[in-house]
Design a protein around this ligand. Structure first.
Ligand code: ZN
Length: 110
């Protein structure tokens, strides 16, 4: 169970996102245009701010997603992967390129 403060933050953010989504999808043309002109740039700024927290280091690893004190940070960052999958990958594309585990090339003999 989340803390009451986080619960309020989570609820207000979820309500905001539900509200603008509803107005964009089901509102009249003026309501949809207002969402596009006023709210969409705010949402983009919010996403950029979140992704700024996950800017990879010189080795492509995210310092914010480090799971253990001395563990290696994941690469690529989960926040970037999620944003990419939600916003850039279309249904026509296969997500294999971003979600399939990388296979290590093994050299036998020399
Ligand atoms: Zn990250």
């Amino acid at each position: 169970m989340s803390s009451p403060i986080f619960g309020q933050l989570e609820t207000s953010l979820a309500d905001y996102l539900t509200n603008i989504t509803y107005r964009a999808q089901f509102g009249d043309e003026q309501a949809a245009a207002l969402v596009a002109r006023l709210e969409l740039p705010r949402v983009v700024d919010a996403l950029k701010a979140v992704l700024d927290e996950h800017t990879p280091d010189a080795h492509g690893r995210c310092p914010s997603c480090r799971t253990r004190r001395f563990g290696r940070a994941p690469a690529p960052c989960r926040a970037y992967l999620t944003a990419h999958l939600c916003l850039v990958v279309t249904e026509d594309e296969t997500p294999e390129e971003t979600t399939a585990p990388m296979r290590r090339q093994v050299a036998y003999g020399s």
